[in-house]
Design a protein. Sequence first.
Length: 292
Amino acid sequence: MLIQQLVNGLTLGAVYTLIALSFSLVMGILGVLNLAIAELFMLGGYFGFAVVLAQLPLPLALIAGMAGSALVAAVIERIGYQPFRTAPVVTPMLSTLGFSIILQNVATNIWGSDPLQLTDEIAAERFNIGPVSISAIQLTVIGVTIVLVALLAFLVQRTSIGRALRAVAENRDVARLLGVSAGGITLVAFMLSGALAGAAGVLIGIHYAAITPYIGVEIGLKAIAVMVVGGTTQIWGALIAGPLMGVVEVMTVAYGGSQIRDFVVYGLMILILLLRPQGLLGGSRSNQDQRV
């Protein structure tokens, strides 16, 4: 049972990792917490469901969720961030909170408040490895997460766009003097974060075969916790914190009951921050003001 719960925890942690990376991309480059990412995650799930219900392949559902959420993220960047980029940091954050509420209401009016469910189970095949049973969709969630993280790492570390992202994160004004379009890179960061959140929405929706307009609230808060635990100044901290938080949550439900799940998860977050305020992969205390 322990190994089985570890597999379940890693599946949930993979989703947390994608959303935490989505938060970290914007936070690390712009120093702004985009609170609309939770709803981009939710919208990605609905876009993916629309493709699946049309009897189209799962890869198309993933592409639809990523593309749809990326486009909505671009709108948020142009309307909810750009006009306030020189304002105090709390102003664009509150603007994204407003977008979050709007998107949740739009989803409720379009799809209703009741859960949207899949009538046919997707990827029902299961693989038994000794006492452990792994479903095809669990393998898909973990596999897609690994691929997307690898692609993101290649983009950030090996491409001109990635170098521009890192330059803007280091010093926006100097990057502009060097010929980097800070405004264009900001849009890229928002769209990348939206695509990651949309992918996570498709994966979690297919995994549970159900989605509601409110699914982003709880998972979004836990993804923020994952980002903080991993280190807000280091986007790759989510690669450790995501699986850790997912395994802790699943183990708590399995051995302690669902009623103490949130107590343990957020209690662990507070404990880690008390011991290491900069997060697991954050820099030294003197370097906490640095970004990605």
